[in-house]
Design a binder for this molecule. Structure first.
Ligand code: THU
Length: 128
């Protein structure tokens, strides 16, 4: 599956966003090293702090299915310009795959590619 297919899939995933409060719709596609694909979309709550980002929905679905090694995550949103994942999602990604490729998109489906290492060079860990 090429990048354009994955971006198209992330746009489809974005349609499942439940975001009546912010009206900011986010979709994510997570590709595992074993070649499996998990999608996510943001899910908000009237108690705003309980809302969860699209990226973490995709990661938690994958982890709950037994997958821990991720290759790429593609993120789409209803925003204008390139939208970056939040710090909480970067930390959650880093828990599993510090070298994951993060692909972000703009409203024209143009994309930029990063390695998680450059987006979050210092990761919290318990230092054990
Ligand atoms: N959101 C994501 O889904 N991913 C991010 O990386 C940042 C923000 C969602 C959370 C909330 O539902 C909406 O975007 C506005 O913050």
């Amino acid at each position: 599956m090429d990048k354009l297919d994955l971006i198209t899939m992330a746009r489809e995933a974005q349609k499942q966003a439940y975001a009546p409060y912010s009206e900011f719709l986010v979709g994510a596609v997570l590709v595992t090293k074993s070649g499996k694909i998990y999608t996510g979309a943001n899910i908000e709550n009237s108690s705003y702090g309980l809302s969860i980002c699209a990226e973490r929905v995709a990661v938690f679905k994958a982890v709950n299915a037994g997958e821990h090694d991720f290759e790429t995550i593609i993120i789409c949103s209803s925003g204008k310009g390139f939208i970056y994942p939040c710090g909480a999602c970067l930390q959650v990604l880093a828990e599993f795959s510090k070298d994951i490729t993060v692909i972000i998109t703009d409203e024209k489906n143009q994309h930029k590619e990063y390695n998680l290492n450059e987006m979050l060079p210092q990761v919290f860990s318990l230092g054990k």
